[in-house]
Design a protein around this ligand. Structure first.
Ligand code: HEM
Ligand code: HEM
Length: 141
């Protein structure tokens, strides 16, 4: 893996470790108050970042583009701020609410940017890919 694929998969693993530690803590203490943080860390963090990683792995040229780097940082920073902000919000610290609100919008903007990156890539003519990556597996698709 390279570029955005490697970055997203590294981030996914960090979400999985953090989210699972929280899930175990909730189970052991029988306090499920942080359930939304665990749920978002696991699904919006671990699973979505993995999907982004595998997309960029399938489209390596796209994964090394400047736009993919912008996507990684927008999705990554807003996602982590969302999950961490939500943790403190649910712990009773209402002053972090603007952080959660802004990061939610940032996270959504990241998905819109991903749509703008991914849709042209998946609809591109296979012949165009062949010219750009001679000898790659993309020639067969
Ligand atoms: C060590 C493994 C795990 C433990 C101990 C754990 C623990 C928990 C606990 C205690 C809850 C709260 C249940 C409730 O209050 O109704 C929960 C909810 C949830 N967990 Fe986990 N979890 C684990 C792994 C995972 C994984 C691997 C995923 C997804 C990839 C996941 C996704 C979710 C989701 C989406 C919810 C919210 C479910 C709902 O809306 O009712 N969890 N988990
Ligand atoms: C813009 C970002 C997002 C916002 C503002 C948001 C907001 C919310 C809210 C308000 C709830 C209800 C929580 C509750 O009743 O306690 C919720 C639940 C949930 N969301 Fe999200 N969400 C976002 C993104 C996502 C994404 C991207 C995923 C998955 C890919 C996701 C998966 C879930 C799941 C599994 C639940 C049920 C677990 C729970 O009740 O905590 N969310 N979300």
């Amino acid at each position: 893996m390279q570029g955005a694929a490697r970055n997203f998969f590294s981030l996914a693993i960090l979400y999985a470790i953090g989210g699972l530690v929280l899930g175990l803590h909730m189970s052991i203490t029988h306090d499920h108050g942080q359930m939304p943080v665990h749920a978002h860390a696991m699904v919006a963090g671990w699973l979505m970042s993995s999907v982004f990683a595998f997309f960029y792995h399938l489209f390596p040229l796209v994964g090394r583009s400047r736009l993919a780097t912008v996507h990684f940082w927008l999705q990554g920073v807003s996602g982590v701020a969302l999950v961490v902000g939500l943790f403190f919000l649910l712990a009773g610290n209402t002053s972090v609410e603007p952080v959660v609100a802004v990061s939610s919008i940032g996270f959504f903007a990241g998905v819109l940017l991903f749509a703008a990156i991914a849709l042209p890539a998946i609809w591109r003519e296979p012949a165009q890919m062949e010219r750009r990556i001679p000898g790659s597996a993309l020639q067969e698709s």
